[in-house]
Design a protein around this ligand. Sequence first.
Ligand code: TYM
Length: 333
Amino acid sequence: MKETVVSGIRSTGKLHLGNYYGALSNFVKMQDEYNCFFFIADLHSLTTHPTPGDLSRTVREVVVEYLAAGINPETSTIYVQSDVPEVAELYLYLNMNAYLGELERATAFKDKVRSNPDNVNAGLLTYPVLMASDILLHHGTKVPVGKDQEQHLEMTRTFANRFNRLYNVEYFQEAMAFSYSNKLVKIPGLDGNGKMGKSNGDASCVYLSDAPEVIRKKVMRAVSDSGPTEMNQPKPEAIQNLFDLMKVVSTADTLSHFEDLYNNCAIRYGDFKKQLAEDMILATEPVRSRINDITNDDEYLKKVVRLGAEKASESARKTIQEVREIIGIKRLF
Ligand code: TYM
């Protein structure tokens, strides 16, 4: 039997290169080898209170981008998280043995508390429990995600093992974060620090749907410095980030060409950025053109989402029935 893969992306807007290289490109590569569930995490996106209009628009955008990236809805299950309400039931059960201390210690939670102290809601605190529910609902064992999700996967394993111990069963399996390279990926942004992410602003992100002119503009404005002054000098973070991006979108030859120029203090950032922008445009071109083709095809999107909801619900119902039985929840009469 094929191993089961589960992963999702929140519906918070258009997908960027971080989502693509951290998650989506692996989804596409994994789909023939595994039994795959790829969903749009609309319930997770509620922690930041989107308007109803924004929520449904962004869910649709992510469905379109999944398809545009090459996920095949016939072989993989593409679904919207809220179309499978069983996940909320499993979340409730798992919340009973997720502890405040461990939830408060999660790095992503601490980051959110720091950056948004006025919105520390219970949904944010228990975000990793909902994520564990997504994965365990289908008995996923491989979870393609970026580096920032590694700790959430550890927590998923903790909750699964704890459930098994509590009820003395071997019901849930351990889910592992997955990437084709040995290391989980972290794609940096264009703003000189950290990872590419919407919370760092549009200028730091290259979106899959960005037009070539927009990509050129963003990359030319990326943070850099006045250039190296000594041979083989270590790169400051902003420059290293641009080289890391080049490593992902360009050929090995191009990368080593610019590495050599940097090490010999002969690099011209204008040329370097121009090349980086062109390679990003090339790398995103197939997805971008398909986004434009699919985006207005209501009939097709409806078919995909309905089929996905059906397939995901079947798997979810079975799990919930079994979990209820294990816990001892049954109709009295
Ligand atoms: P989200 O929407 O924040 O991110 C979606 C995926 O994109 C990856 N990612 C990155 N990878 C590398 N570099 C970056 N700069 C970068 N930015 C984003 C994330 O690691 C993630 O894989 N909590 C999840 C959504 C989720 C989920 C799940 C994932 C909900 N339930 C169950 C797997 C299994 C998240 O971070 O979404």
